[in-house]
Design a protein around this ligand. Structure first.
Ligand SMILES: [Zn+2]
Length: 294
């Protein structure tokens, strides 16, 4: 079993947390902290052949179009507001150009960007999601491996919305980002933040650990360090404020508490209040630029 850090390859690590796959299999996992680079990673790591089984749930994919009932309706509404916010945040100050969205799901973000005139390309491993995305947009959708065939520096903007935590080969992925982005281009990464109040409050039941689907767990320091080695410099940070509510609601369900929605909304609200001061939001969005050195 490979128990080396997926970023630096060190095998010196300490176990920070014991937890279960609360969402699907109830299997046991743990989270290691690399003593060399500080990255947190899930152990044991399912192999590429095994990982598909952990996504085999009708509920998991974001392409569920079920809008019956109160919660799905609220979810749909929030998704729309969130999409607008994500689009603004990612493209603010940029001219329309070429966009790559890695882990595009059913193409919600790409669809929005195309409407604003972006030339869009997607990458998506799920065949079902890919098929839906293809119907919704003009641009092409590829599988992850096909990133290697794309020419250097061909995108003005690359986005990964809650995707880097799922990536098995972190080094390869960061190298592709570095290679594919144009000089002075922008890379936008959204990630759960275990240093948030809800992360610290729910601990092993925090829904955004989501093991073993989430293999990597970042904080501001580890992510910034990783990207800096690839010449990508952090220029701005933002947040997805709705995620605190959703993650807290899911976590309350894992806790088997009564009234998970009310408790979750309350906890999410506290998390956001605290994050206004600390900056440790439940979901963080990092904006990097490829700085050119002469
Ligand atoms: Zn490491």
């Amino acid at each position: 079993m490979n128990n080396k850090c997926p970023w630096c390859g060190s095998d010196k690590a300490q176990i920070n947390l014991w937890l279960r796959d609360e969402f699907l299999t109830k299997e046991d996992f743990h989270i290691c902290e690399c003593l060399n680079c500080g990255l947190l990673y899930t152990m044991p790591r399912p192999s590429k052949g095994q990982i598909g089984a952990y996504y085999k749930s009708e509920e998991y994919y974001s392409h569920q179009e079920n809008t019956k009932g109160f919660i799905p309706k609220v979810y749909e509404r929030v998704k729309k507001v969130n999409l607008k916010h994500k689009y603004k945040l990612a493209t603010n100050g940029l001219n329309v150009g070429k966009l790559l969205d890695i882990g595009c799901g059913v193409g919600d973000f790409l669809h929005t960007a195309e409407m604003h005139g972006w030339e869009c390309t997607g990458v998506e491993p799920s065949e079902d999601a890919k098929a839906i995305a293809k119907k919704r947009m003009r641009g092409e959708i590829f599988s992850s491996e096909e990133l290697e065939n794309m020419p250097d520096g061909c995108f003005d903007l690359i986005t990964m919305w809650h995707v880097l935590e799922h990536v098995d080969d972190l080094k390869w992925q960061v190298e592709q980002l570095r290679r594919l982005i144009k000089p002075n281009g922008r890379v936008v990464i959204a990630l759960p933040n275990y240093k948030s109040y809800d992360g610290q409050y729910y601990k092993e039941l925090w829904a955004a650990y989501d093991v073993p689907r989430h293999l990597n767990h970042f904080n501001k320091t580890t992510l910034t360090k990783i990207f800096k080695t690839s010449g990508l410099e952090l220029i701005k940070m933002d947040k997805l404020r709705w995620d605190a509510y959703y993650i807290s609601y899911m976590s309350e369900q894992y806790k088997l508490h009564s009234l998970p929605l009310i408790r979750g909304v309350y906890r999410g609200w506290i998390s956001n209040c605290k994050a206004r001061r600390s900056g440790e939001w439940s979901s963080l969005v990092y904006v990097f630029e490829k700085k050119m050195r002469n």
